[in-house]
Write a protein that binds this ligand. Structure first.
Ligand code: PLP
Length: 396
């Protein structure tokens, strides 16, 4: 074989399978180790486990062959030193922040972070003496101005929700390094098939694997990949706090991740076709998709993402809530479901779901209106997706 690193599709299919070195059945892929505990023959084996032998397990909260296999697979795809799988994306966020930060520390976070992440920072971390400044992450001067002597890290999402604003990860990484800060990037909306923030200088990458990495809307999980010291701190926190995932969720996600590159190609090409069709419709006021030349971060997205712009887009109707409600009822294939990144297309209404807690002024300052709808474009045939939206819009 050549020295060249195999491609994302090849690694997604083959990485992690070798985790079960003791496999006796010759199963072609990794079976589910649905056990909470493992048996030891001797004290020596306990010593071996505690010395960190990766082929030795003790108790599933501490580790399990299925979670190890998934960690190895996503570690490989993101190109990091270590990985930690957790029971949900929020368990990963908690492990990343609470495993690393202490009372008196400060972090700078994008004001467009996922709502529950913001809530964790503002309502929970603050009770333990960890403070935060939320900024417009696309304004590097504002990010720099928020740095204090207590600042430890900068936290952003590759693409924001719902307007898919793109963070300039290379620039944020340079700023972080210059001030001896760490950069944490939630890459859920892109996935490593389209973008790898660690290669652009991020220290730790986070995913809600509930979304694209699993891709089938049937498993909940989260993963951290990157800096070995930070992942070890997160792992210690997770073992103590109890956010470990079940072997079955790890197995489902491992299975889902094998088709990641294929799915991301289909999500991305379908989203571009739908974005263009929506943009041309008289009932639509504005479309937000980084693959469109009209998006404010199109040039940045072109520079960072080489194989597509993912399947997430938003659009604002000329009408308000009544039209949104009508559209929900008229869509045939496309479910109204407040999650994203599954194989089936779905829509959600940020104002009534993820961003419900925000005041009308804040929503309007973020350019989120009554008529704003977020679409998670699935992998159905593009013409069927477009037809579904156009027939529904034509009925408004
Ligand atoms: N990060 C992003 C960008 C998300 O969209 C979500 C959930 O929607 C999360 C983190 C949290 O993930 P989970 O719901 O798996 O806890």
């Amino acid at each position: 074989m050549s020295e060249r690193l195999p491609g994302v599709s090849t690694r997604a299919v083959h990485s992690g399978v070798a985790v079960d070195q003791r496999m006796v059945t010759r199963a072609k892929t990794l079976p589910i180790y649905e056990t909470s505990v493992f048996v030891y023959d001797s004290l020596e084996q306990v010593d071996d486990f505690l010395a960190g032998n990766p082929d030795n397990y003790m108790y599933t909260r501490l580790g399990n062959p299925n979670t190890s296999a998934l960690e190895e697979l996503i570690r490989d795809l993101e190109g990091g030193a270590a990985a930690l799988f957790s029971a949900s994306g929020m368990a990963s966020v908690s492990a990343a922040l609470l495993g690393r930060l202490s009372a008196g520390d400060h972090l700078i976070a994008s004001r467009e972070l996922y709502g529950t992440t913001q809530s964790l920072i503002e309502r929970e971390l603050s009770r333990f003496g960890i403070s935060a400044t939320l900024v417009d992450i696309n304004d590097l001067t504002a990010v720099q101005a928020a740095i204090t002597p207590s600042t430890r890290l900068i936290y952003t999402e590759t693409a924001s929700n719902p307007l898919v604003r793109i963070s300039d990860i290379p620039a944020l990484a340079r700023l972080a390094k210059a001030h001896d800060l760490k950069l944490l990037v939630d890459n859920t909306f892109l996935s490593p098939a389209l973008y790898q923030p660690l290669a652009d200088g991020a220290d730790l990458v986070l995913h809600s694997t509930t979304k694209y990495l699993n891709g089938h809307s049937d498993a909940t999980g989260g993963i951290l990949v990157g800096d070995a010291e930070w992942v070890a701190q997160a792992r210690r926190f997770q073992i103590n706090a109890g956010g470990s995932a079940s072997p079955f969720e790890a197995w489902l996600t491992f299975r889902g991740a094998k088709t990641l590159a294929l799915r991301m190609r289909a999500h991305s090409s379908n989203a571009l076709v739908l974005a263009e069709a929506l943009q041309a419709h008289p009932r639509v006021a504005k479309v937000y998709y980084p693959g469109l030349a009209s998006h404010p971060d199109h040039a940045l997205a072109q520079r960072l993402f080489r194989k597509g712009y993912s399947g997430m887009l938003s659009f604002t109707l000329k009408g308000g809530l009544e039209d949104v409600d009508r559209l929900i009822r008229e869509l045939q294939y496309t479910a109204f479901a407040p999650s994203l990144a599954g194989v089936a297309s779905s829509i959600t209404h940020p104002g009534k779901t993820s961003h419900r807690a925000l005041s009308a002024e804040t929503l309007s300052s973020l350019d989120i209106h009554d008529g704003t709808i977020r679409v998670s474009v699935g992998i159905e045939d593009a013409e069927d997706i477009v037809e579904d939206f156009i027939q529904a819009l034509n009925r408004l």
